[in-house]
Design a protein around this ligand. Structure first.
Ligand code: C5P
Length: 225
């Protein structure tokens, strides 16, 4: 990696799942490990960037030289991202929960004999990637989102790039037979304004370095994304 290639740049990275509380002891979550986002943050720091990593609950040590803000919910993740602005680039690798529980109970919900189980009403969470991509004075020069797809990876990822308003989409094929989800390797198609770049199958550390290198190239040229 080109040490110093991102010196003077501030990069925001989101990683991990979010936890959406039901009551003080229960929550909704997903299986994201945070591994890919942490690897990207580590590689960006190796390139000399100042990295703010906004992380949901994961079981990973903070990468060397990276400032980690730990959050639990999507609402907290959005607030932490807003607080980290301005930045030159934002990489949204987090698996943000799509919904939160409308009325979280301040007390542990009790199961009472004879009474029916509770019904949870869910409300949509803010889309952090779409918010960071929206035009405005704090809009980072480069905003990168992720797409997990099971078929037509390129077509769906290109549609996601347009829908979210981000510059690049890092797409991967999460069909179970690929072993990618929850695994240590990843096979990426990078969607940019110019089209699709297929990367070889790499471990998640190497994907992080590849992406950091691509970001360093972007900032060293005058090309827009
Ligand atoms: O909409 P979908 O979840 O498929 O999009 C995935 C991309 O959007 C990822 O980059 C993810 O980090 C980001 N995202 C987000 N906030 C959400 C949902 C998704 O930042 N509430």
């Amino acid at each position: 990696l080109p040490a110093g290639a991102l010196a003077g740049r501030h990069v925001l990275v989101t990683a991990g799942p979010t936890h959406e509380p039901i009551d003080p002891v229960r929550y909704l979550a997903n299986r994201s490990s945070g591994r890919q986002g942490y690897a990207i943050a580590a590689a960006l720091a190796e390139c000399g960037a100042r990295v703010t990593l906004v992380s949901g609950p994961v079981d990973l040590p903070p990468p060397a030289g990276v400032a980690v803000t730990r959050v639990e919910t999507a609402a907290q993740m959005l607030a932490a991202c807003d607080a980290a602005l301005p930045c030159d680039a934002a990489i949204c690798a987090a698996a943000v929960a799509d919904w939160h529980v409308a009325q979280r109970s301040e007390r542990k919900m009790k199961k009472a004999a004879g009474s029916p189980p509770p019904v949870l009403t869910l409300l949509p969470n803010p889309d952090i990637l779409a918010r960071l991509s929206a035009p405005g004075p704090d809009r980072p020069a480069l905003v990168v989102g992720f797409a997990a797809e099971t078929h037509d990876v390129e077509r769906h990822a290109a549609a996601k790039r347009a829908a979210k308003g981000c510059d690049w989409v890092v797409a991967n094929d999460v069909r179970p037979e690929t072993g990618i989800m929850g695994g240590t390797e990843n096979e990426i198609v990078l969607i940019t304004r110019d089209g699709a770049e297929r990367w070889p199958r790499l471990d998640k550390q190497a994907v992080g370095r590849h992406l950091a290198l691509r970001i360093a190239q972007y900032f060293s040229s005058d090309r827009s994304p």
